[in-house]
Design a protein around this ligand. Structure first.
Ligand code: PNS
Length: 162
């Protein structure tokens, strides 16, 4: 069974990585699909995010990293995937995620959304929180892969030269 793990991944966090690793144990193939979203002003380009995810997942042979635009279910159908994988951190995620799952079900009856509970240690973690901490010079090495932390510091140095 093929599962798509769609998201912004701006940037990938250790919480995403945890979910990807667990997804790879459950499904024959997992495709991490980065949304190319013209409405958002991301910190990293899609190419940079793909590279960050690829570098973080070299140890996972049944993982593919790709990008898409438009509807997730259309992309999933094109890739012949049966499952959309999403993580649930807390009750606060539940409403929006449930709405998205229901909407996707109305768009394609063939595709099921599967939720994995985020591991406890990452239940507070999001890409936005990481960017916020970095903006104020706080430590992020325990929240993202090391090379991603360096990318963030570098990006910050570029936009806020001392
Ligand atoms: O990492 P994110 O930002 O929480 O991911 C959200 C994402 C990319 C899964 C969601 O915005 C999405 O699927 N967008 C594609 C457009 C779409 O399919 N919309 C219909 C479902 S609401």
């Amino acid at each position: 069974m093929i599962a798509i793990y769609p998201g912004s991944f701006d940037p990938i966090t250790l919480g995403h990585l945890d979910l990807i690793e667990r997804g790879c144990r459950l499904f024959e193939q997992v495709i991490v699909a980065v949304l190319q979203n013209p409405n958002k002003a991301p910190m990293f380009t899609v190419q940079e995010r793909l590279e960050q995810i690829r570098r973080s997942t070299l140890h996972l042979p049944n993982l593919e990293v790709d990008f898409f635009d438009g509807l997730t279910v259309n992309y999933a159908q094109m890739r012949r995937a049966q499952v959309l994988l999403r993580g649930l951190r807390a009750v606060s995620d539940f409403e929006a995620e449930l709405q998205m799952a229901h909407i996707n079900k109305t768009l394609s009856d063939q595709i099921e959304t599967v939720f994995l509970a985020t591991s406890n240690e990452y239940s507070f973690l999001s890409s936005s929180v990481v960017k916020e901490i970095a903006r104020f010079g706080g430590p992020i090495d325990h929240l993202v892969p090391q090379h991603v932390a360096l990318d963030i510091y570098r990006c910050h140095a570029k936009t806020h030269p001392t």
